[in-house]
Design a protein around this ligand. Structure first.
Ligand code: NAP
Ligand code: COA
Length: 260
């Protein structure tokens, strides 16, 4: 039992829900929220059922600072001041730039970049100081240009900078700010779209050093580590949790280890 309170934007599905389950399973209280209140309640129930832990559901659009503040005030009342805040909400679609309107580009910038800033800025007024840990969920697109992802690449590059600047400004208050950059994670909508069959998954993962896709639990363990007593001197870091994907293509005969 670590007894922390953890607020997670976008904690109602996918990777962030996995992170919420990881914290709840070790005895922390979690708030999960997205735009859809019904989906959030179902996620909180799933967390309670699977972990036996304490999970609260909420609804707020991360583009709306006042909505986040109101929710954080209510959740702090119910669960106690947060020690960990995870900005995980994001939006994505695949499209070449010529298929993206100004509003399409702005929508992803607003959810991913402004949304991360809003969650962290609102959290500043509620978190335990000193001692809080803020974690953004970024993506490889922050540093790796990818066709059909101009909006996400721009947004996530901005997220990495928000993390680094806030780490510099808020370190003196005992607040650590880091990011996790997941590789492709099994069971998420994005990965199921990219590699729908088992064969596709094997083909894609064969290029990664660890030869497998990640799981939400892999990312949960990284978040738990960053916010734990083992991570107290880490701030401003973008932690790759991607099986070595960012190192480059690790397939090819010349990379096969000798048998002995
Ligand atoms: P997901 O299942 O689609 O979850 C997205 C979450 O964000 C949902 O809870 C959604 O709830 C919420 N959300 C979306 N727009 C929102 C808004 N405007 N305000 C508040 N909440 C909002 O996502 P995922 O694939 O697991 O990805 C989670 C994070 O990991 C993202 O930051 C993503 O960029 C990053 N990531 C994912 C992968 C991957 O393999 N999937 C790889 C690298 C990085 P509502 O719909 O109810 O709002
Ligand atoms: N290709 C091109 N443009 C697209 C698009 C696509 N596939 N999907 C949406 N857009 C554009 C819309 O056309 C609109 O622009 P317009 O007004 O000029 O027509 C703009 O994006 C906003 O669309 P809207 O549906 O109103 O946005 P929303 O705020 O309701 O939803 C999204 C945001 C588009 C990111 C939506 O995909 C979403 O809610 N995603 C959350 C889940 C997710 O993406 N998970 C993966 C996490 S990494």
């Amino acid at each position: 039992m670590t007894g922390k309170t953890v607020f997670i934007s976008g904690g109602t599905s996918g990777i962030n829900l996995g992170i919420a389950k990881g914290f709840a399973a070790q005895g922390d209280k979690v708030l999960v929220f997205g735009r859809d209140a019904v989906k959030a309640e179902a996620a909180a129930q799933e967390i309670r059922d699977e972990t036996g832990g304490v999970a609260m559901a909420g609804s707020a659009d991360v583009r709306d600072m006042e909505a986040i503040r109101t929710l954080f005030a209510q959740a702090s009342e119910t669960l106690g001041a947060p020690t960990v805040v995870i900005a995980g909400a994001a939006g994505n679609f695949m499209s070449p730039a010529v298929g993206i309107s100004a509003n399409g580009f702005k929508t992803v910038i607003d959810i991913d970049l402004l949304g991360t800033y809003n969650v962290f800025r609102a959290a500043y007024d509620f978190i335990v100081k000193p001692g809080a840990s803020l974690i953004a969920i970024t993506a490889p697109q922050a540093v790796q240009p990818l066709p059909q992802q101009v909006h996400v690449c721009a947004a996530k590059a901005g997220v990495n900078m928000v993390v680094k600047v806030l780490a510099m400004e808020w370190g003196q208050a005992g607040i650590r700010v880091n990011a996790i950059s997941p590789g492709p994670i099994l069971g998420t909508e994005g990965v199921e779209r990219m590699a729908p069959t088992e064969e596709d998954k094997l083909k894609w993962s064969a290029h990664t050093a660890l030869r497998r896709f990640g799981t939400a639990s892999d990312i949960a363990q990284a978040a738990i580590f960053l916010s734990s007593a083992q991570g107290t001197y880490i701030t401003g870091t973008i932690l790759d949790c991607d099986g070595g994907m960012k190192l480059g293509d690790a397939s090819g005969d010349y990379l096969t280890l000798p048998k002995r």
